[in-house]
Design a protein around this ligand. Structure first.
Ligand code: 5GP
Ligand code: MN
Length: 339
């Protein structure tokens, strides 16, 4: 591995002959993680590469409709098969994350892999585990960067409806449906090109945002009514969710996604957290997950780095602590009181 990863343009010559390619993304993949991975898989297959997507954990079922979803391998489900694919890969594409710790139990296998490592990502402060890199924190999404990579490969591959649906999903979910500041004119131009491929944008919105079980809406109602604490003096609010409630509402992967954003809808609230007890029953250590969101200049990635062993973007970050949920809440209140 070179000290500094080279620009991804230098990778192009390596793609001229068929390669065994692994694509992976961060734990608990979201729309951008899955969309960018599946889009890149389809593009590289057009270049005659053999491509496998391996993800570190399960992901929300509202993403299962995506093209080739059935071919995605979930690492803990097929560890030895995945280990040999990772070890045998000529190239490993790491999408939508900037540090190997974000791929959890896959970390050692990917770290030890001999293949060329390529990072495509839009988080700040990438760490140096890669050989080639397309990393821009100004990009709305990793899916936008996969589109950019496609532009450099244009002579050898083309967009189609499936690829467009994957990239659209990534951009749509990471821009909060085209409303965050990251939604530039270029994003809209890219999206216009994707729509020209014949995707049905209404259907994609419906599949992603209107595909929950009844219990998820009841959970949302309960959390907003009973579990949201507003701290107007700090322009802050938080929602907490304990293990008893997770069981009561039969919460599954994806059910809590997006809920963190609701308190930002309160006038004057600028920084919010969703604090969830993800401890496994029987485990000797608590695991409290935090999702943080802000508007304007409040850098929640800095709060997460300082208090919650995490990071992310300025206005959207996450982290975890091994304390009690009450301690995590107190830490959040302390953090916002210091702003
Ligand atoms: P979410 O709250 O949706 O899980 O994550 C929001 C953002 O923070 C995402 O961009 C995600 O990549 C980042 N993020 C979430 N958890 C962590 C973490 O534990 N460490 C770091 N570095 N980033 C995280
Ligand atoms: Mn992303």
């Amino acid at each position: 591995m070179p000290l500094m990863a080279r620009d991804i343009s230098a990778l192009i010559p390596h793609l001229k002959s068929p390669k065994k390619v692994l694509i992976t993304t961060h734990a608990k993949p979201d729309g951008d993680a899955m969309g960018s991975s599946l889009a890149l898989k389809l593009l590289l297959e057009q270049l005659e590469h053999t491509v496998t997507v391996v993800v570190p954990t399960d992901y929300p079922d509202f993403l299962y409709w995506m093209p080739n979803n059935e071919q995605v391998l979930i690492y803990p489900d097929k560890e030895s098969e995945c280990n040999s694919i990772i070890a045998g890969a000529d190239m490993l594409f790491c999408l939508d994350f900037n540090h190997l710790s974000r791929i959890k139990s896959m970390q050692a296998a990917v770290h030890n892999a001999k293949g060329i490592k390529v990072m495509i990502d839009h988080h700040l402060n990438p760490s140096d585990f890669d050989d080639y890199r397309l990393s821009k924190s100004s990009a709305s999404s990793t899916a936008e960067l996969v589109y950019e990579f496609y532009e450099t490969l244009k002579e050898d591959c083309s967009l189609n409806k499936d690829i467009a649906a994957c990239i659209y999903t990534g951009i749509m979910t990471d821009t909060g449906s085209f409303r965050f500041d990251s939604t530039t004119a270029r994003v809209h131009r890219i999206v216009a090109d994707l729509v020209d491929q014949g995707i049905n944008v209404g259907r994609i919105h419906n599949l992603i945002y209107d595909s929950f079980d009844e219990n998820r809406l009841r959970l949302l109602g309960y959390l907003l009514d009973k579990k949201m604490t507003v701290l107007p003096e700090y322009k802050a609010a938080y929602i907490s969710l304990n293990r008893k409630e997770l069981l009561k509402f039969n919460v599954k992967t994806g059910d809590t996604e997006g809920i963190v954003n609701y308190p930002l809808g309160i006038r004057g609230i600028e920084v919010v957290a969703m604090i969830t007890d993800r401890s496994n029953s029987g485990a000797d250590q608590n695991e409290i997950r935090l999702s943080l969101r802000s508007i304007g200049d409040i850098a929640v990635n800095e709060i997460s780095g300082k208090y919650f062993n995490g990071g992310g973007h300025k206005n959207a970050a996450g982290g975890q602590v091994n304390t009690s949920i009450e301690d995590a809440i107190n830490k959040f209140v302390k953090a916002v009181s210091e702003l």
